[in-house]
Design a binder for this molecule. Sequence first.
Ligand code: AMP
Length: 182
Amino acid sequence: MLVGPPGAGKGTQAARLSERLDAPHISTGDIFRENMKNETDLGKEAQRYVDAGDLVPDEVTVKMVKDRLAQPDAQEGFLLDGFPRNAAQARELEDVLSELGQRLDAVLVFEVDDEELVKRLTSRGRSDDTEETIRHRQEVYRSETEPLIEHYQDIAVRVDAVGSVEEITDRAMDALADEPDD
Ligand code: AMP
């Protein structure tokens, strides 16, 4: 699982780690965006929350993740990017994983200072990257998501996420290799 503030580069790194680890990259944000683009029921339901930088309701999000984790390609491992994002989702994830006979091996915590984050986000050009929603998503991260790190402290590994894309991938791989596999 990857965690870090909006703009920390989780999506970029998750895609690269997915290749190196040969495990699917499961990004709730990507799944929402794909559904919004195709104007599915799920997409229509998610749209206003995503546009506002709010979390999509847990019920909707958890069901989506549950379906995705049950797919054949996720049975040997997966990278979770952007989920869970609050305590209720973390509890639900535990239930889902135990039903599937799975568990989280590690939580990669991407660390970037605030100034760098704003710089990155304002140059990204995503439709939910206006200054106002960026600020709001950062607040949501600090209040809802960041406190989860403590919950996962036994399996949390910190990654300095400032540097070149390649450097950061190498750091993440090193951090995973150091994580004792019990
Ligand atoms: P991301 O691509 O991870 O930055 O997510 C973009 C947007 O999708 C977020 O601002 C939320 O509106 C929504 N989203 C992504 N993941 C979640 C989640 N785990 N729970 C609720 N909403 C989510």
